[in-house]
Design a protein around this ligand. Structure first.
Ligand SMILES: C=CC1=C(C)c2cc3[nH]c(cc4nc(cc5[nH]c(cc1n2)c(C)c5CCC(=O)O)C(CCC(=O)O)=C4C)c(C)c3C=C
Ligand SMILES: [Fe+2]
Ligand SMILES: [Fe+2]
Length: 322
């Protein structure tokens, strides 16, 4: 059999314009895994209020973080794909690597088409989400299953469910924190901020929150941190219902009063830098912390195409090759 790797991430608008953001948000927010309200309630709200009002606002935010080569999430994802392909080749592993996004382009369908054209009949689907969530990982699985409905010969499948406690992932995060401390000095606290999900999802069995806490514990252990030297929070709330707590933005406002003046922030759930890290964490939350009396705020970049991250992806792939 010929094996291929399908890397998947969330996706991002094709341009930092209101129209492109609207098209992206419309596809994303129609996914029942992301918003599970009855369509008779959700569609009027989505089409009448959220898409028209949120798209121009969010387009401005994308403009503030856009790189000359494109959306950071897309640029980094392409670099990850190329680096993983090269690393596998360098080890003599002849496995093509394709990139697909859950929403927008390149689609998961186009990535599968590329693999098929190379004769692939065994696929390792690798969602770039270290922690499993209904709203991300399960949605990738849905897309794959939908796609396979059109195939007469379905390829053999390995699906990487999560890697929240994988030693290579924890090691790559720890290396990145140590390198950051070495270059910039060490803060009073390391804040681990994860993308949130509605609390209701957890109540219905989503293990995401538990896996985030486990990642934090393992990273703290690897770095030799005492309990008062690190904290886990959840960011990027959407809508009015309760999400996983504690919230990152509320924590930012409270920390200086607790005596934390120098803060290091890392976002372990994001395998690539994107709007939610570069704008929400590195800009908005920095402002909250400084306004509340904080003095130094340092965002530790996502693992992106760091050699240790690519090494970890090679190891994840090799685990599925046997
Ligand atoms: C509607 C609810 C949302 C859930 C649930 C959710 C879960 C979730 N998202 C990520 C990672 C990313 N989210 C990104 C953007 C983004 N997320 C939501 C909403 C939910 N996410 C929105 C509406 C948006 C778009 C931006 C905005 O309008 O605020 C991105 C991509 C950012 C980019 O640079 O393009 C990522 C990546 C995870 C990991 C997660 C649950 C675990
Ligand atoms: Fe709709
Ligand atoms: Fe999100």
């Amino acid at each position: 059999m010929k094996t291929g790797v399908l890397l998947v991430n969330l996706g991002t608008p094709s341009a930092p314009t209101s129209a492109a953001v609207k098209a992206f948000l419309s596809q994303f927010l129609h996914d029942y895994r992301v918003v599970d309200l009855p369509r008779s309630l959700w569609c009027p709200l989505l089409h009448g209020i959220i898409l028209p009002f949120r798209s121009p606002k969010v387009a401005k935010l994308y403009q503030s973080i856009w790189w000359p080569e494109g959306s950071p999430l897309m640029v980094v994802s392409r670099r990850q794909q190329a680096a993983l392909q090269k690393a596998l080749q360098d080890e003599g592993i002849d496995v093509p690597v394709a990139l697909g996004m859950s929403y927008g382009e390149p689609s998961i369908a186009s990535a599968w088409q590329q693999l098929k054209e190379q004769g692939v009949d065994r696929v390792i689907v690798l969602p770039l989400y270290p922690q499993y969530s209904v709203s991300t990982t399960a949605s990738v699985f849905d897309s794959w299953a939908r796609l396979m409905k059109k195939e007469r010969l379905v390829p053999a499948l390995r699906f990487v469910h999560n890697y929240h406690d994988f030693s290579g992932y924890i090691g790559a995060l720890a290396d990145s924190v140590r390198a950051h401390w070495q270059e910039h000095g060490r803060g009073d606290l390391l804040l681990l901020s994860y993308h949130g999900i509605p609390k209701r999802f957890e109540n219905q069995g989503d293990p995401y929150g538990q896996q985030c806490h486990r990642t934090s514990e393992l990273l703290a252990e690897e770095l030799g941190l005492e309990p008062h030297q690190w904290r886990t929070t959840f960011q990027s709330r959407f809508g009015r219902e309760e999400w996983l707590k504690p919230y990152t933005d509320e924590t930012m406002k409270a920390l200086p009063k607790e005596g934390v003046k120098k803060l290091d922030v890392i976002c372990p759930a994001f395998s690539a830098d994107c709007l939610e890290t570069l704008e929400e964490i590195a800009e908005q939350n920095q402002e909250l912390f400084i306004k509340a009396g904080g003095e130094q705020y340092r965002y530790i970049p996502a693992l992106n195409d760091n050699p240790a991250h690519i090494r970890m992806l090679v190891d994840l792939v090799c685990r599925e090759l046997v």
